[in-house]
Design a protein around this ligand. Structure first.
Ligand SMILES: Cc1ncc(COP(=O)(O)O)c(C=O)c1O
Length: 424
């Protein structure tokens, strides 16, 4: 396992001792990662030295801000290997990016009776915009189910694509709950064989694996800045240039036009066409610093480190009686481990862990349809990143063993539950 522990010094927040005296173990990275000093400094420097609105002013600060904003776009294009930086649209996040595709491409392309194919493992960000489009257009949504080993198999993908002939196949590159990783290139190729357009939700992939949108051959790819050590309020919509060219603008306003008269407007070229209003300027500059930092660590090293930690924690959790890990036991997986305790609700688990300085997430993780399919209302999710340590993974496992024991029904509690009609 590569030694990445030195990186911890780059993250001021990771040095924090909590008010209860506990050392912070931050295992909530799937929700949002932390920022290294270089990102914080890039944002401060922007506001302290050269901040101004972009693309508009003919003065030094505006020119400098514009130059840095566009440099960020180039860095992000390189980060995901886009063919041109015109294919990078800055949005408010992954959610806003999916909504942009639904509101622009979707409204233009999708008609009544068309099908949009999703998997049951999607985040609400990749479900609700399509449900909204369905309410508007009368298109149908179909969901590919999990197999008995918590996987969406390529066989199931292929069968569904042939059966439904969807206009769009939108799927997550890495599940934010199950820890599973999708074979994006294979699924994209299968979808294209059926003539489907492909959107890849890379919110949980971008922080952890080297992305190559050209190798994926996806039509749209979305991810968020705050999950790659960058700022909140910025995300990326990658779109194939020819597709983006053919799509109408989504939001209207300043910045996205060529000309406006009282009769109408003409849209600007890419990428401005999709960036109405003042864009996230300091956020873009922070995002550039974030992708630079991540590349300096190395995505292969990141992936290897967090997978090792997550598998170590998962193995420990599986040893504890009454703990159900909602993930396949084998195969390629990410740094996410979600689980359910027979004796304690996920919220109680997260609360107890918090008392020990361990930050995890509890609930449905914006995947209600997935939790419904799993027949669990809530899970506890530990999500590792490159700055986490083996000691933190061990702390988690020890704490879960202890919590499971503490919440074990006593004879009296068991009798009371039976009297109330609960199964023991
Ligand atoms: C798989 C997945 N997709 C989309 C999103 C939405 O990201 P954001 O809230 O940054 O827009 C998330 C956030 O947790 C996610 O995990």
């Amino acid at each position: 396992m590569p030694n990445l522990t030195d990186c911890r010094d780059d993250f001021p927040i990771l040095q924090r001792v909590l008010s209860n005296g506990q050392k912070l173990a931050f295992l909530d990275n799937a929700a949002s990662t932390q920022r290294p000093s270089s990102v914080i400094q890039a944002i401060s420097e922007c506001y302290e030295s050269y901040y101004s609105n972009v693309h508009r002013g003919i003065h030094t600060l505006s020119e400098e801000s514009t130059e840095r904003y566009e440099r960020s776009r180039k860095s992000v294009a390189t980060f995901i290997n886009a063919k041109t930086d015109h294919e990078i649209i800055y949005t408010a996040g992954a959610t806003a990016a999916v909504n942009t595709v639904a509101g622009s491409w979707g409204r233009q392309t999708i008609k009544q009776g068309d099908t949009i194919l999703l998997t049951i493992a999607e985040h609400h960000a990749n479900i609700v915009p399509w449900q909204q489009l369905s309410a508007e257009t009368g298109c149908k949504l179909q969901f590919i189910p999990l197999d008995s080993d918590y996987r969406i198999t390529t066989e199931a993908v292929s069968t569904a694509l042939q059966k439904y002939q969807p206009k769009l196949f939108a799927f997550t590159a890495a599940s934010n709950v199950l820890g599973t990783v999708s074979p994006v290139t294979d699924w994209t190729a299968l979808a294209h064989q059926q003539g489907s357009t492909v959107l890849v939700d890379a919110a949980q992939a971008a922080p952890h694996q080297a992305m190559d949108v050209q190798a994926w051959d996806a039509d749209f790819v979305v991810f968020s800045g705050h999950k790659v050590c960058g700022p909140t309020g910025i995300g990326v919509l990658y779109g194939r240039e020819t597709l983006l060219e053919s799509m109408p603008p989504f939001l209207g306003g300043g910045g996205m036009i060529n000309r406006v008269t009282t009769e109408g407007f003409t849209a600007a070229e890419l990428p401005e066409k999709f960036e109405a209003g003042t864009p996230p300027i300091a956020e873009a500059i922070g995002l550039e610093a974030a992708v630079k930092y991540i590349r300096s660590i190395g995505l292969e090293e990141i992936e290897q480190h967090e997978q090792t930690l997550a598998r170590h924690a998962e193995a420990g959790l599986r040893q504890i009686e009454g703990v159900r890990v909602v993930s396949p036991e084998n195969g390629e997986k990410s740094g996410i481990v979600s689980f359910d305790l027979s004796h304690a609700h996920a919220h109680d688990v997260a609360h107890s862990l918090s008392g020990r300085g361990i930050a995890v997430r509890a609930g449905h993780h914006c995947t209600m349809p997935l939790h419904h399919a799993l027949e669990i209302t809530a899970t506890t999710r530990a999500s590792f990143y490159f700055y986490n340590t083996r000691e933190e993974a061990d702390r988690l496992v020890e704490a879960i063993a202890d919590i499971q024991e503490k919440f074990k029904p006593t004879g009296r509690r068991r009798r009371r539950r039976r009297a109330e009609g609960d199964r023991p």
